[in-house]
Design a protein around this ligand. Structure first.
Ligand code: SF4
Length: 335
């Protein structure tokens, strides 16, 4: 979407005061857009808080400053029904990328596989056809799918959703993710196929297999440590796309049934600095799953995902979870 479309959309919803929100890397673009909107007569307020994904909509800030609309930069629409009109302004990189060189570097890691599942992050989606063609020119067959509810673009991956590429898993021997290490790690925790990451920004190519194994070992150690806990905080996040109240409440009941002293702990930022470690021995995190995985080293106490809790409570086996392809999914089997 271009700024003209944003302006047309803001006019359509009758907005006068607008909250502009962007992740750290797009703050410069947010300022440019804010200048343009101000020139066009809108009263602009810039959100200064963190912004981790499309799930992290600054609804509370918008209410506090009486904004009529939010313009959210850099992510695909995540929160379908927002109480304040929200315009998602997706941003894609348009600088020159030497796709052929990136693919050339990748094929050494991809071979001897012949069938490749291709995933892209939003900012690199414009490269999809070029990467596909370059791989095909080297003799690979390339597959990508569509996320089940159509919320994301074909082939698109986000930190907690890999269904678009997982849908072609049975046809491929390896996956190639064009994007960051973060996205490669996420997919490699959801599949037994080898995942290779090619980052157009740094031109680095990496096989994620060993890294994913190491992370899974750390997660298993956290599950074992959790079993010895007595008092558990079940984290309920207030961010609009991360708030899973039903799940968090169910988990509190499950933990109490299992003999733990469990409490609902509500937070906006799930950050180790705000967790009362002197009160709780461990946590279950119903917010963004990547907080538990990627920030693991920062937390002093185990901070399990709901799926990992199922293992800790012996409702499923570790092997079952790892092979399920649902590591980040929110399903809880009542037991
Ligand atoms: S990975 Fe986390 S921050 Fe990113 S969209 Fe998913 S829940 Fe939001």
């Amino acid at each position: 979407m271009k700024p003209e479309h944003v302006i047309a959309e803001l006019e359509r919803v009758g907005a006068r005061r607008v909250l502009v929100q962007a992740p750290q890397g797009l703050r410069g673009t947010a300022i440019q857009l804010s200048e343009e909107l101000s020139r066009r007569g809108f009263d602009v307020v810039i959100s200064g808080g963190p912004c981790w994904g499309g799930c992290d909509l600054a609804l509370n800030e918008a209410v506090e400053v009486s904004a009529d609309a939010i313009v959210h930069l850099g992510h695909t629409e995540f929160v379908k029904q927002s109480s304040i009109p929200t315009i998602y302004l997706e941003c894609r990189y348009d600088h020159d990328v030497d796709v052929e060189q990136l693919v050339e570097k990748s094929i050494h890691v991809l071979r001897p596989a012949k069938n490749i599942g291709l995933g892209m992050t939003l900012q690199w989606l414009n490269l999809l056809e070029r990467v596909k063609k370059a791989l095909e020119d080297h003799g690979f067959s390339v597959f990508y799918g569509q996320q089940e509810n159509g919320r994301l673009y074909p082939s698109q991956v986000i930190g907690c959703d890999y269904t678009a590429v997982k849908s072609v898993e049975s046809k491929v021997e390896k996956f190639l993710i064009v994007g960051s290490f973060f996205h490669g790690l996420g997919l490699s925790m959801m599949t037994d196929r080898c995942v290779v990451v090619a980052d157009p920004e740094t031109m680095r190519v990496e096989d994620m297999t060993q890294i994913a194994k190491r992370v899974l070992m750390q997660r298993y150690a956290q599950i074992c440590a959790f079993r010895g806990s007595k008092r558990v905080g079940v984290i309920l996040c207030t961010k609009p796309g991360q708030k899973r109240e039903g799940l968090a409440t169910t988990i509190v009941s499950m933990l109490r049934k299992a003999g733990k002293d469990a409490y609902l702990l509500v937070l906006n930022e799930v950050d180790e600095r705000f967790l009362p470690d002197e009160v709780f021995d461990a946590y279950v995190n119903t917010a963004c799953p990547r907080i538990s995985i990627d920030d693991n080293a920062k937390f002093k106490r185990p901070i399990l995902l709901p799926s990992e809790l199922m293992v800790a409570l012996n409702l499923i086996s570790w092997e079952e979870l790892v092979s399920s392809g649902e590591y980040f999914r929110w399903c809880v089997k009542n037991g």
